[in-house]
Design a protein around this ligand. Sequence first.
Ligand code: GLN
Length: 504
Amino acid sequence: GPNTNSSYTSRGFAMTPAQGPFNGPATPVSVGLEAPRPAAVRTPAAAPTPAATSVTTPGIETTAASNILSGYHPPYSATIISKLQDAGAIILGKTNLDAFGMGSSTENSDFHTTRNPWDLERVPGGSSGGAAAAMAASLCAASIGTDTGGSIREPAAFCGVVGLKPTYGRVSRHGLVAYGSSLDTIGPLTHSVADAALLLGVIAGGDRHDATSSHEAVPDYLKGLQSREQLSSKPLRGYRLGLIASTLDEGVDRPIHDNLQRAAQHYESLGAEITTVKLPMFREGLTAYYLLAVAEASSNLARYDGVRYGLRVPADGIKGMYKGTRSQGLGAEVKKRILMGTYALSAGHVDAFYKKALQAKTSATMSASFELTLTGVAPAQSLPQQALPGDDLWLRPVALHAVPQMRKVVRDEMDAALRDVDVLITPTTPSTAFKIGEHTTDPLELYRGDLMTVNLNLAGLPGISVPCGFDDSHRPGHPLPIGMQLIGKAHGEADMLRIAHIFE
Ligand code: GLN
């Protein structure tokens, strides 16, 4: 690729050399350009575990990191794979993820937990954690991830690489193992914004196999970067960037807050005008996201029945076969989400609580109900009893009824803000990479980490996470990467990439 050499050296990757073994094979759909390989980074000799990844690759096992898909060799290629190969890319391998994309740490993979090359005791983020870790370890020149609520951007931030989530529909979903179909997107993880622009240009575009794909013309994203750069010493003069105030408030680690402020100052020195914008509904998106995502997932994952794909646990009758296959094949987190989603969608519950649903109008009530939902159903083993409706849980269906409206409110608020500014800015995550096991007992804490990222999926807007400094307050001398998220207008990737590129 034309930009790869300079970008690798300029970013440098003077990372903590990874000592331990990397888990699993190299990348999902890794694009073999000319990546350097630091001596300290080892490439696994042979795949010790099944290959994961949630994009179909003909002839290569495609599991989405779930046991239920083990042994599934797709008969066709995902559109993005064909496009990458047509452009000359070499697929090196596939990487690990949280099963079906459900998670923020890769700890929900049925195969193993991928480690963060910056600190092997920490998670690489998720769900596309393997793709991000493979990039941080320079195992490949670029990788592909999927993003339903942050799964490209969050691991990119935790691993110190660039992660691009395109506008919904910009990249065909044909061949993607579905999680939440109205939220799912596919995008690149790269070492530089220029590489992300290059890859997006290759994978974007309309596709007759995906009716939701956008047929809008694909600009030359890479060319856009270069021409802009040469303009002047104040290349961002005339640009307006909006910092979302609430995303720098409580709940965000101090070093992340400080780095974002420094980034804003840097942007100012490049000529941009920085404003602080208030988006009161921004924090509420999380409620709508988790209800919608589990509802769509419960429906999408019904197809894994032992008949059509991967695993089949033989039994006497067909019901026994379904039961055995799904009991054994699906992991705890996936089961929990299917049950939450099935509960939320259940017609009986909707009828029973519809009147109360109409009474609950404030977003505060919706948030409270969401926490109840999640608290009520964890841990996964106790689900069947706890998922039964009870007086204290009456608000659950309320939240589901409110989802379309909340989704609209979140989107309208962001769209309105994006009429005044070119991009919105937030930290990508409230914290840097956490320790493996640190959040396994508190799923809500993990879900809350998605606060900054899920709204873009609800609204269909593009976003990019770019490296924005380090935090070594956990262990002096052991820096952990920080990510900054830029949010663009729908189909505004070209501008968003330009602004991100100039920051680098
Ligand atoms: N962490 C979020 C979830 O678990 C987002 C995952 C994703 O984008 N696939 O749903």
